[in-house]
Ligand binder design. Structure first.
Ligand code: FAD
Ligand code: NAI
Length: 478
């Protein structure tokens, strides 16, 4: 069918990669459309992708609610505050989360109107090249139209990986979508995969009273973390009551009248069964490239399903870019956003750059885990000489005041030049504390630079300073 409308840029997918790419391209004077098909459980079309609908934002809303509940139950008494009979209304908690999602996805709709971005509602498929660019079919609600674009940005994101032969009904067996909307607290919750989602959502339901068991295939967890952080995390999570079994091999998973039964072999090869009311499967995510028409423009995915791109998110097809979870690199919202800005700027001929070594990671457990740059094990493998400095939260006055003394900050610097190479934090508010280290790393600062600048007192940020001073054995408060 003929092309009904022409745009300078068409973005496929309106997650944090796609919607930010669309806004940046519009700021740079392009006519922009964004194709998005996401529907919420009520059947309403939504912008914002995984992150805003069933990822970062709703998970952090539930983490905050469950933390408030746990504080009321266990920690307010330390402050001399009694709360009488504590009650829990899961329906209201989940409704609060849904309202936050509605507000923030509505915010993206507002930004699209403000930046004159056309939302093409439906599924986008690449049809092939035209005289002026690329033709894209948008199909949805029984209708289809074909639009043209000089440049295309693919930002189709990812979806949960499922276990073969274990159907996800998002009732008894859930991926991230169902696990963010349970209607009650399961008595016993099983989680397959002790990665980021398993730990965050496992923490939510544990704090609300579930007995949570995580089954992890590898002998250790959080393999991307500095090993001192994963060790400390394992100790703290165990103390909190999260049971994690490592080195398991999952066998048959069967639903029954009372929930679900998971057969597995443990690390010693012994057969075990775990019975639970509900199961969350969080074993990683796979890129979305179904029915995208990649072959029509001469593209193919790599063996793991990602679309190959260069440092500037160019695919091998002219004028077609790909960003976010559908390409190499960490599956993180802020990485997708930065690539969105980059792709739009490359399209107008600018020369943007992303240093992937300066992308921070955060896991929103209690305490939070955050890091940027290299881990000790990476530096050892590279044969680079380094020194470290570490400072415990326990020795910080503010941490004592807020009652969050678990964890530490560790800095890693080059042994001769003192250039900061990595910062690793397991502590309350690590997600905010890490920002200072990201700036330092991006500016190629020395660890001493952080150690000699003034930090507010009393604040958790003083621990970052003290850890930097500790690199040269100059920490003051220990
Ligand atoms: P997505 O957000 O997945 O968006 C892609 C969009 O494209 C979707 O809306 C999809 O409907 C649409 N789409 C796909 N194919 C088509 C098509 N053919 N036509 C039209 N539309 C299409 N990251 C963090 O940095 N911090 C966090 O705290 C965090 N928490 C998370 C918690 C959970 C439970 C999950 C699941 C993920 C979390 N993430 C977090 C990861 C983060 O959500 C992703 O990295 C991010 O959403 C990737 O953005 P994206 O734009 O590449 O893709
Ligand atoms: P993940 O990759 O973080 O963890 C998956 C875990 O499952 C791994 O430990 C893996 O060894 C294990 N596993 C894989 N197959 C298994 C099997 N058959 N049996 C038992 N264990 C198995 O993936 P997850 O948690 O699904 O999250 C996906 C991605 O979403 C993350 O990698 C991250 O990029 C993103 N995310 C980011 C968050 C954040 O930034 N705070 C929060 C949540 C998700």
């Amino acid at each position: 069918s003929p092309v009904s409308k022409e745009f300078d840029v068409v973005v496929i997918g309106a997650g944090p990669g796609g919607y930010i790419a669309a806004i940046r391209a519009a700021q740079l004077g392009k006519t922009v459309a964004c194709v998005e098909q996401w529907k919420n459980p009520e059947g309403k079309l939504k912008l914002g992708g995984t992150c805003l609908n069933v990822g970062c934002i709703p998970s952090k809303a539930l983490l905050a609610s469950s933390e408030a509940y746990e504080n009321a139950q266990h920690h307010l008494a330390d402050h001399g505050i009694g709360v009488g009979d504590l009650t829990l209304d899961v329906g209201k908690m989940v409704a609060r989360k849904a309202a936050i999602v509605d507000k923030i996805t509505g915010g993206v709709e507002f930004l699209f109107r403000k930046n004159k971005i056309t939302w093409l509602k439906g599924h986008g498929t690449l049809l092939g090249r035209t005289a002026t660019g690329v033709a894209i079919e948008v199909s949805g609600e029984g209708q289809a139209e074909v639009v043209g674009a000089k440049d295309v940005i693919i930002a189709t994101g990812s979806k949960a990986r499922h276990l073969p032969d274990v159907p996800v009904d998002n009732r008894i067996v859930s991926d991230n979508e169902g696990a963010l909307s349970f209607d009650s607290v399961p008595k016993k919750l099983a989680v397959i995969g002790a990665g980021v989602i398993g730990l965050e959502l496992g923490s939510v339901w544990r704090r609300l009273g579930a007995d949570v068991t995580l089954l992890e295939a590898l002998p250790e967890f959080l393999g991307a973390c500095d090993e001192s952080l994963s060790k400390e995390a394992a100790k703290l999570f165990k103390k909190q009551g999260l049971a994690i079994h490592f080195g398991v091999k999952i066998g048959e998973v069967k639903q029954n009248a009372s929930g679900v039964s998971i057969a597995y072999t443990d690390k010693d090869g012994a057969a075990q069964t775990l019975d639970a009311d509900r199961l969350i499967v969080s074993i990683g995510r796979v890129p979305n490239t179904d029915k995208l028409g990649l072959d029509a423009v001469g593209l193919a995915t790599d063996a793991r399903g990602f679309i190959p791109v260069d440092d500037q998110c160019r695919t091998s097809a002219p004028n077609i870019y790909a960003i976010g979870d559908v390409v190499r690199g960490p599956m993180l919202a802020h990485k997708a956003e930065d690539e969105g800005v980059l792709a739009a700027e490359v399209i107008v001929g600018q020369k943007p750059h992303i240093d992937y070594n300066c992308i921070p990671w955060v896991i929103y457990t209690e305490p939070e885990i955050a890091w940027v740059g290299k881990t000790e094990q990476q530096l050892r493998a590279e044969g680079r000489a380094y020194k470290t400095g570490q400072f415990p939260m326990m020795a910080n006055g503010r941490a004592l005041g807020i009652g969050k003394t678990d964890g530490f900050v560790k800095m890693i610097a080059d042994a001769t030049t003192d250039e900061l190479l990595g910062c690793h934090i397991i502590a309350a508010n690590a997600s905010d504390l890490i920002a200072e280290a990201v700036v330092a790393l991006e500016f190629k600062a020395a660890s001493e630079d952080i150690g000699i600048i003034c930090h507010p007192h009393p604040s958790l940020s003083e621990v970052v300073r003290e850890a930097s001073l500790a690199v040269t054995k100059r920490a003051l408060n220990i």
